[in-house]
Write a protein that binds this ligand. Structure first.
Ligand code: NAI
Length: 530
């Protein structure tokens, strides 16, 4: 392996479209010399114009001083041919997403650049190992996966291919920090970290909608207001657009050999075929008028409260939280061992549907309404209720009135194993755990990549810890028990840590850096070679 230049001062960018120009902007502002190359010469000019315009705007806003703006712009030059990239310490490609084209480019670059030059790919879906396989020296190749828009999305995945030298990734990690970005390190596996972790929200949201549990808009409302995400799955799909996200869903599913956790939904294929692609076409899961999302109004809130309420004691903490809401609304609590003949019956299942909860406790299903108590009910911005197929209108409406009595909006859904929030959140946590289990990235990097790359309020592992890994495990086990669908089988990472009472962010004790130096597994002779 040739030693890599630890200091990267001249960067070549091949492909100066949306991603290439964003990377160029970071590099120029960090004081690097930037060379732009594109097979379409007009794209190079357009990128330079874009940079000039961006730097001028930043200067006008007082975010960049005039001298730095001029220096940054003068550090960017167009390259007429690939040979003009000969003096680069690093070349990052952001060209068309085709393996053979990227391989041909890297082969050609190897004939031009020095032995010390790193070759990096911004691919989001191709294998780094496969791209590197075309090179004479695959140790110099790594993934450098930025997100769109590059200057605003502060995370970059550094991906080690099977033959990448650790020093190659190390140099890219150091450069990312110099560019003002947060690097995370990942193994070469489909979807790397962010696009892998992102399977939970969209595929489970689609699964819930596909089961007829709730409308797209209600699922979004629940995920945003009850579970605290910035966007629900359908708003997110409208933003990324189905012509991008549907093929990604299919590709990651197939790359993991039909892993049930990633099963796509026929809903997106049909909508894509019908042209309901997303925000950019004016219609996706929502309609957009003058770019503004049109949201159907919520159903009116009933006002007639129940006479009395019996609450299941199966989950004592949830029982007490519901009892507090009943008391706040001034409704009588039915404290009998079994429900009185006129009481509304409230159950608080975790992972079970309302039907299973009713049958398990031998309750009158016509009066049963379930409430999702995963997130604190007292401070909720939205509460979710669900009914069994036998629940009557009076029970449903009185429960809706009761749990909305303090002004918190309520969404009533049809029966579902794990309501909406429980099953979507449990799926997100479970997939995050499996990324850790597969050693694709460290627990810290998984959570960092997901918070910065997907904008989630917490990473999947921290989210599991906050809600209780035992609770997440129980939700998944109960869904699995009712449906028998391997999609919901818990990851071994979750299973073991929840049972041992360990944090989901904790690696195996033996993997800790201060592992016992006397341990026979601590072999310093191999360490020195790394
Ligand atoms: P783009 O279509 O905006 O730009 C690609 C540019 O590459 C064009 O200017 C094109 O003329 C040029 N090009 C194509 N083949 C070339 C070749 N053989 N040699 C030199 N130049 C060539 O594409 P975009 O969106 O910037 O994406 C580029 C890469 O970044 C793709 O690999 C994509 O998967 C990846 N990526 C894209 C993201 C996005 O949201 N757009 C996010 C993360 C990664």
């Amino acid at each position: 392996m040739t030693s890599r230049n630890p200091s990267i001062e001249t960067i070549g960018i091949v492909g100066t479209g949306a991603m290439g120009r964003g990377i160029a902007q970071l590099a120029a502002l960090a004081g690097l010399t930037v060379r732009l190359y594109d097979t379409n010469p007009a794209a190079i000019g357009a990128a330079r114009d874009y940079l000039a315009d961006t730097f001028a705007k930043l200067t006008a806003k007082g975010k960049l001083d005039q001298a730095r703006s001029l220096a940054a712009l003068s550090s960017v030059a167009g390259a007429h041919t690939i040979a003009d990239l000969a003096d680069c310490d690093l070349v990052v490609e952001a060209i068309v997403e085709k393996l053979d084209v990227k391989q041909a480019l890297f082969r050609e670059l190897e004939t031009v650049v020095s032995d010390r030059c790193i070759l990096a790919s911004n691919t989001s879906s191709l294998s780094i190992t496969a791209i590197a396989a075309a090179c004479t020296d695959p140790s110099r190749v790594a993934g450098y996966h930025f997100f769109n828009p590059v200057p605003l999305m502060k995370v970059v995945e550094v991906i080690d291919g099977l033959r990448s030298a650790p020093a190659t990734g190390d140099a890219l990690m150091a450069l990312a920090r110099r560019l003002g970005h947060m690097p995370v390190r990942a193994k070469d596996m489909p979807g790397f970290i962010v696009n892998h972790a992102g399977r939970g929200m969209n595929t489970e949201g689609l699964r819930v909608a596909g089961e007829g549990v709730a409308s797209f808009v209600d699922i979004d409302r629940i995920m945003r207001e009850q579970a605290g995400f910035r966007l629900g799955p359908f708003e997110l799909l409208d933003l990324t657009a189905l012509d991008v996200s549907h093929p990604v869903m299919e590709s990651i599913y197939h790359q993991f050999y039909e892993e049930p956790r990633f099963t796509p939904s026929p809903i997106t294929g049909t909508r894509l075929a019908g042209g309901l692609i997303g925000r950019k076409t004016g219609e996706g899961f929502y309609r957009y008028e003058d770019g503004k999302q049109q949201v159907p109004p919520e159903a009116a809130t009933p006002t007639e409260l129940p006479r009395s309420v019996w609450i299941s004691k199966r989950y004592p903490a949830a029982h007490d939280a519901v009892a507090q809401l009943v008391d706040n609304a001034g409704v009588a609590l039915d404290e009998g061992a079994t429900p009185g003949p006129h009481s509304l019956i409230v159950v608080t299942p975790f992972g079970h549907d309302a039907t299973t909860a009713a049958v398990d406790e031998a309750l009158d299903a016509t009066r049963v309404v379930a409430i999702d108590a995963l997130f604190p009910l007292a401070t909720a911005k939205r509460r979710t209720l669900m009914t069994t197929p036998a629940t009557g209108r009076a029970a449903r409406e009185s429960a809706h009135a009761l749990f909305a009595a303090d002004g918190v909006p309520v969404t009533v859904i049809r029966d579902s194993t794990g309501f909406v929030a429980q099953r979507v959140v449990a799926t997100i946590v479970n997939i995050g755990c499996d990324i850790a289990q597969k050693q694709i990235a460290s627990p810290e990097d998984i959570d960092l990549a997901v918070t910065l790359g997907l904008g989630y309020p917490r990473g999947p592992l921290a989210l599991g810890d906050t809600l209780g890994s035992g609770t997440i495990l129980a939700i998944l086990r109960n869904i699995f028990a009712v449906l028998g669908d391997p999609r919901y089988r818990p990851s071994p990472w979750l299973l073991r840590r929840a049972q041992l009472g360990l944090s989901l962010t904790q690696s195996d004790a033996l993997d800790a850096s201060d592992a016992d130096p006397t341990s026979p597994t601590h072999d310093t002779s191999t360490e020195n070679q790394r």
